[in-house]
Write a protein of this length. Sequence first.
Length: 362
Amino acid sequence: MFDPIYNVIGWALAQLYALIPNFGVSIILLTLIIMALLFPLTAKQAKSMIAMQRVQPEIKKLQAKYKGDRQKLNEEMMKFYQENKINPLAGCLPLLIQMPVFFALFRVLRQPYSHLPKTSSLYNAFCNVGGHTVSSHACGNTKGLPHHLYFLGMDLSTKATAPHADLLAGLPYYILVGLVLVTGILQSQQTTRNTPPGANQQMQMVGKVLPIAFGFFSLVFPAGLVLYFFVSNLWRLGQQELIYRKIAPPLHTQKGGGAVDVKSSEPSEPSTPGKSPGGGLRNLFKIPPPITNGDDAKPASDDQPQPKPEPKPAPKPPAQPAPKTGDGGATQPKPSAKQGQSRSGGGTGQGRRRSNKKRRKR
């Protein structure tokens, strides 16, 4: 069932061994290639973790609201994760994908003649007798075959607890196991240091126990597989430090610490092309604005068109009073200053004459 995977790992090791004829170096190069290929998944894992930190206040509100209804709480949580595009299981993906690699490398170390290309120099190093390469069947049934390949004084097909000639011969195996244990503990402390307060206590406990468990497993695994564990731990230490320090620092370690309240979060300003401080790597960790259940709590998106303000009408000029007209409707011209004075002076005499005429008529 898994033979195709075993053959792919065997082929990759053979190609690397052809470049540098050292089995330990080939395992190290294979580990680095696998970890580099898994980097996009690791980026998603970190992105999901940062998003989980950001929405912690809203998650706590849901837990308090549906405290007595476990089924309803699970439904609302799943709905909330879907709306905010958060995958709570994203942290398990890199480890799950590496499991076939573990088994394949273990199988290749145990039976290299079954999964290496027969024409490769690595197969010839395992199954060579007197300058002649034997068949895979003969390599697996002939005494003294396959040959043991060494790296830094260790037989990479032998485990640490196997019988050794003396204490000095077994010391490199136990040093390698100790390095796996130390790097695993450092990685756990690194994750705990960058985890916000109030996070899942069970996951923190698993993170503390897992390095110790891998240390015990390394005692019974072939040294080549333990070398894979050690190199992958070193890679993850450097990768997480890069993410936490440069690309996407956890929110609680930034100024003003603590998780961001969902209702008070505002969308960030759109970045100018070519001026992003983190370059292309930072784009892998862009977190969309959280979506809450209330319409008033949804931040406006930069992609949505904003309504244009209506133009204000221009103020109307004040209306001027219409000019007065005479009896005939014609417009009367305004009197000049001299005419006004003459009229004002002679107006009283004309009025007296008219009144005297009326009296006489009566």
